[in-house]
Design a protein around this ligand. Structure first.
Ligand code: FES
Length: 166
């Protein structure tokens, strides 16, 4: 049985099936120099994020200190220690968007989806980020959902737009 099954009660996302894949990734890299970042990338590709418990498991599997794994995960913004939503909403808080009312749009998103900036909605549908400028100021106020850009958004339209994303 995979040792990773022991993580299941700690992290409900780390099912035995997920941990079997993690074991395979660790196994194929163990002992190879410079393997930590590729292992973390591949594991995050499977699990979606790298909670501390999983970092400790990877450290044990690669026989390196957990503090080394933690240092790498927290250094690179590519790695996440918290779950991500299925869709990432980027709300532009740059000047052009701000003066054209993005604040009200953001408030509507927060209340409708019980979602705060930097967090994920309870149903894991959306992650919410605020950014400085999305480079589409002529369309202000602007949000992005995944790779889709939506301009001229209003508190009324935003819910209809977001409900296109399951
Ligand atoms: S300020 Fe929002 S796109 Fe530039």
């Amino acid at each position: 049985m995979s040792l990773g099954a022991n993580l299941f009660p700690l992290c409900e996302d780390m099912t035995p099936e997920v941990m079997a894949k993690v074991d395979g990734i660790i196994e194929s890299h163990r002992g190879k120099p410079g393997c930590l970042i590729p292992v973390l990338e591949q594991c995050q590709g499977v699990t979606g994020y790298l909670p501390v418990e999983l970092q400790e498991y990877i450290a044990m599997g690669l026989n390196i200190p957990a503090s080394t794994v933690y240092g790498v995960v927290t250094f690179y913004s590519f790695f996440s220690m918290t779950p991500k939503g299925r869709h990432t909403i980027k709300v532009c808080m740059g000047t052009a968007c701000y003066v054209r009312g993005i604040g009200e749009v953001l408030n509507r998103i927060r209340s409708e989806f019980k979602l705060e900036v930097g967090n994920v909605s309870p149903d894991r549908r959306f992650s919410l980020e605020s950014v400085r400028c999305l480079g589409a100021c002529g369309l202000a106020p602007v949000i992005m959902v995944g790779s889709d850009t939506h301009g001229g958004v209003t508190p009324e339209r935003i819910i209809e737009i977001l409900n296109r994303y399951e």
